[in-house]
Design a binder for this molecule. Structure first.
Ligand code: SAH
Ligand code: SF4
Ligand code: F3S
Length: 431
C-alpha cells in the first residue's frame, strides 16, 4: 500500500492508525506507486490550495488505475468528509471515500472491495474515533505524534475544521499514557501531544496535569504539544512547562491577526492587549521560550490600516517564526458570506508585506544564536546531502551540521555558526 498524507499532524497521526489497521489485513507500506495494490490519500481542506493539491494527485492516478484495474484507490480525511460522493462524481476512478469519523472502517472497506468492486462512500459520522487498541504504524524514527483529543469547538469564522472534525472529544489519560509508553518502547525519543486546542483537554485531568505526567514517563526525552488557543492557555500550563524536565521551551500560539476589529470578526475571542499580556507572562516564566504563530491576511473587511497595525503588532511580539496564510473562502463557514471580500492581488501584496517583516524578525532571532551551543536531537541525514545531518533544538529550530559519529535519536551539542531565516547551521561541539 501507498499512503499519501496532506494537511496537519492530526492527519499524519490518523494515517498511521489507518496503516496500522491495514497492516492487520496483510498490507505493507511501499513508496512505489507502481508496486502498490492500494493507494490511500488522506486529505486536507483547510484552504483551497490544499484541495487543489489533492485533486491534482487524484488526477495523476487516473492513468495508473487504467493500467492496473485491480488497484484500489481510496480517499479519506477532511476533504473526503466535506465532499463525500462529489469526489466520486468528479473522479470515478476513486473506489472509496471515508470521512474523518470512519477511518476505523478502512480495513473492513478495503476487504470488501477486494472481493467485490463497487463505489463505496461513508461520511455519515464526523465524530467516530479510531479505537485506542489500534496499533499505529508510525513513520519516522525519532519523533512521533500522540493525539490527546479530536475535533474543535471554537468555530473561528474562517475555519472548516469544526465542520469536518466534529466537536471536541478528549481521550482518556490512561490511553494516552499507554500510547506514549508504546511509542517510547518502539524507540521514539520525542513525543508531540496533538489536539486542535490542547488547553481545553477534558479527559479527567487538566492539560497541565496531563503533560506533567507524560514528562515523567521514562524514555520521553523531549515533549511537545500543539496547538494552543490563546484564550485557553493557562497559568497552570506555564508553570508545568517551567517545572518540567523534558517539556520543550516552545509554544505555537496562533494569533491569526494583529488588530481587534479583525480578531473579533474571526471570533478569536481575545484582544491584541490580552494576547500581549499572555506573551509577557510566558516570557517571564520561560525566558528562553520560542514563540511561533499563524497569521492570515486578506480576511473579509481587512484594510491597509488593519495590516499596518498587524505589522506593528508582530514587530512588538517578535515571534521566532510565523506561518503566514492567505485567507481562503471555505463555503459553509460564516466568513464566506461576509461582505468586503479582499481581491487576490491585494491578498498577495499583503502577504508579501507581512512575510518581509516577519522574515527579518526570524533572521534576527536566529542570528542571536550564532556562537552559542545548543542541544540538538538528531533526526538523520538531510534529504539532499547524506553528509549533512539535521536535527532540532528544544526551541524547535531546524539545525544542519556536518555528520560525524552521530546517529538518529542522539542528543548532542551543536555550536551555531550561521543563521538563516528558517534554519541554523552549526558544527558538532567537540568540547
Ligand atoms: N487548531 C489549530 C490549527 C488550525 S488549521 C489552531 O487553531 O491554530 C491551521 C491554520 O490554518 C490556522 O491556524 C489558520 O491560520 C489557518 N487557516 C484556517 N482556516 C483558514 C482559511 N480559511 N484560510 C486561510 N488560512 C486558514
Ligand atoms: Fe479552526 Fe479555530 Fe478550531 Fe483552530 S481553533 S481548528 S482555527 S476553528
Ligand atoms: Fe486540514 Fe483537516 Fe488538519 S482540514 S489542517 S487536515 S484537521
Amino acid at each position: 500500500m501507498k499512503l499519501l498524507t496532506y494537511g496537519c499532524q492530526m492527519n499524519v497521526a490518523d494515517s498511521e492508525r489507518m496503516a496500522g489497521l491495514l497492516r492487520q489485513i496483510g498490507y505493507t507500506l511501499t513508496d512505489d506507486f507502481d508496486a502498490a495494490d492500494l493507494i490511500l490519500i488522506n486529505t486536507c481542506c483547510v484552504r483551497a490550495t490544499a484541495e487543489d493539491k489533492v485533486f491534482g494527485q487524484i488526477g495523476r492516478l487516473k492513468a495508473l488505475k487504467k493500467q492496473k484495474p485491480t488497484l484500489i484507490l481510496g480517499v479519506a480525511g477532511c476533504m473526503a468528509q466535506k465532499e463525500g460522493d462529489n469526489l466520486i462524481k468528479r473522479a470515478p476512478h476513486i473506489d472509496f471515500v471515508l470521512g474523518t469519523g470512519q477511518s476505523s472502517e478502512v480495513a473492513r472497506v478495503v476487504r470488501s472491495l477486494e472481493l467485490e468492486r463497487k463505489h463505496f462512500v461513508d461520511v455519515s459520522n464526523v465524530s467516530g474515533d479510531i479505537p485506542s487498541e489500534v496499533f499505529p504504524l508510525r513513520g519516522g524514527q525519532v519523533s512521533t505524534f500522540v493525539p490527546i483529543m479530536y475535533g474543535c469547538n471554537n468555530f473561528c469564522t474562517y475555519c472548516i475544521v469544526p465542520y469536518v472534525r466534529g466537536r471536541e472529544r478528549s481521550r482518556k489519560p490512561e490511553e494516552i499514557f499507554a500510547e506514549v509508553k508504546q511509542a517510547v518502547a518502539e524507540g521514539f525519543k520525542e513525543i508531540t501531544l496533538l489536539g486542535q486546542n490542547v488547553n481545553s483537554y477534558s479527559g479527567g485531568m487538566t492539560f497541565a496535569e496531563l503533560i506533567g505526567v507524560v514528562d515523567k514517563i521514562s524514555g520521553v526525552e523531549r515533549l511537545r504539544f500543539m496547538t494552543s488557543h490563546p484564550k485557553d492557555l493557562s497559568d497552570e500550563l506555564i508553570a508545568a512547562m517551567a517545572g518540567g524536565r523534558h517539556i520543550c521551551e516552545h509554544i505555537h500560539l496562533p494569533v491569526q491577526y494583529g488588530n481587534d476589529k479583525i480578531l473579533k470578526r474571526m471570533n478569536r475571542v481575545y484582544t491584541v492587549e490580552k494576547y500581549l499580556e499572555l506573551v509577557k507572562k510566558i516570557r517571564a516564566a520561560l525566558p528562553h521560550v520560542s514563540l511561533t504563530t499563524d497569521l492570515i491576511v486578506g480576511f473579509p473587511g481587512e484594510t491597509d490600516d488593519d495590516l499596518r497595525e498587524t505589522l506593528d503588532f508582530i514587530r512588538e511580539v517578535q515571534f521566532d517564526a510565523a506561518f503566514t496564510f492567505i485567507y481562503s473562502k471555505r463555503s459553509g463557514t460564516p466568513a464566506a458570506t461576509f461582505p468586503a471580500q479582499v481581491d487576490d492581488d491585494t491578498k498577495h501584496r499583503r502577504l508579501d508585506a507581512l512575510m518581509k517583516v516577519q522574515n527579518e524578525i526570524s533572521l534576527a532571532k536566529n542570528r542571536a544564536l550564532e556562537g552559542t551551543v545548543v542541544e540538538v536531537l538528531v533526526e538523520g541525514a538531510s534529504k539532499t546531502d547524506d553528509k549533512i545531518f539535521t536535527g532540532r533544538t528544544r526551541s524547535n529550530k531546524l539545525v544542519l551540521f556536518a555528520h560525524g559519529e552521530e546517529r538518529a535519536g542522539d542528543l548532542i551539542n551543536v555550536k551555531i555558526t550561521q543563521a538563516q531565516t528558517w534554519l541554523l547551521k552549526g558544527e558538532v561541539n567537540v568540547l
